[in-house]
Write a protein that binds this ligand. Structure first.
Ligand code: NAD
Length: 260
């Protein structure tokens, strides 16, 4: 279904991004990976996706907190794989603190990676998508793009901003073959969430298992984690012809969190 398409998935060395990259590769898309991590581990992921799915893969270690490197990521994907048809803005970080104590530099960093990087990547990629009159832009926001939680001022602001950006880009391209949508996951058990579970366990002097259960019980009615594979399948749908009139949507896959 995606044979001949090229996808850039930011922050795809781990977690949700890796799940989305694998799902797109499984449908035949060539993949530009991005993100941090152990070089040997990243090489294994890159070679593994290429051989498992018979697609081309490339990797860029661009630091998306820096606008020039974000632009460079789109340029190197185009140089390495010929073009960019699908852009998945997934890279993100979390910092947890009450607003009055929130470190200024962390506010700037969360906004830079979780929101501004998507803007710079979209800005860099839209001209070539317009030339071919086809494109899929998928922003991995969060249920925190739709509702708030305490102690997440920067994250919630960035994700609400990302949902807004999604709508603007969708509207600006509404008469073209370029769609832009957001995916809003609830809790997914990735390193980003494991850190929050570990902090909870330490704060309450409980086991990590119990902290994980409480984290789910507090917000997610299904009491089950969403998986990167499930989110990958939603991204695949967004890339399909069936989704050509899905424009400016923010779809929550969150075990019922947002329905409350
Ligand atoms: P993760 O920590 O497993 O992965 C984050 C990825 O982003 C990694 O590949 C990391 O190397 C990369 N990254 C971080 N900073 C970067 C930078 N400056 N430049 C380039 N890459 C960078 O986290 P995850 O849980 O898979 O999160 C992925 C996205 O999903 C994030 O945007 C996050 O906000 C969102 N999200 C996660 C959850 C969840 O429960 N895990 C829920 C909703 C939304």
């Amino acid at each position: 279904m995606l044979k001949g398409k090229v996808a850039v998935v930011t922050g795809s060395t781990s977690g949700i991004g890796l799940g989305v990259a694998r799902a797109l590769a499984a449908k035949g898309a060539d993949i530009m990976l991005n993100g941090f991590g152990d070089p040997a581990e990243i090489e294994k992921i890159k070679a593994g996706i290429a051989s498992e799915f018979g697609v081309k893969t490339a990797y860029s270690g661009a630091d998306l907190s820096k606008p020039a490197e974000t632009k460079g990521l789109i340029e190197s994907a185009t140089a390495a794989l010929g073009k960019v048809d699908i852009l998945v803005n997934n890279a993100g970080i979390q910092v947890v603190s009450p607003v009055q104590d929130f470190p200024d530099d962390k506010w700037e960093l969360v906004l830079a990676i979780n929101l501004s990087a998507a803007f710079y990547a979209i800005k860099a990629v839209v001209p070539q998508m317009k030339e071919r009159n086809w494109g899929r832009i998928i922003n991995i926001a969060s249920v925190h793009g739709l509702v708030a939680s305490i102690n997440k001022a920067a994250y919630v602001s960035a994700k609400h901003g990302l949902v807004g950006l999604t709508k603007v880009v969708a509207l600006e391209n509404a008469e073209t073959g370029i769609t832009c949508n957001a995916i809003c996951p609830g809790w997914v058990l990735t390193p980003l969430v494991q850190k929050q579970i570990d902090a909870w366990a330490e704060r309450e002097s409980i086991s990590n298992e119990e902290a994980g259960r409480r984290l789910l019980t507090e917000k997610q009615p299904s009491k089950q984690f969403v998986t990167p594979d499930q989110l990958g399948e939603l991204a695949v749908f967004m890339c399909s012809d069936a989704a050509s009139q899905l424009r400016g949507a923010a779809i929550n896959m969150d075990g019922g969190w947002y329905a409350q």
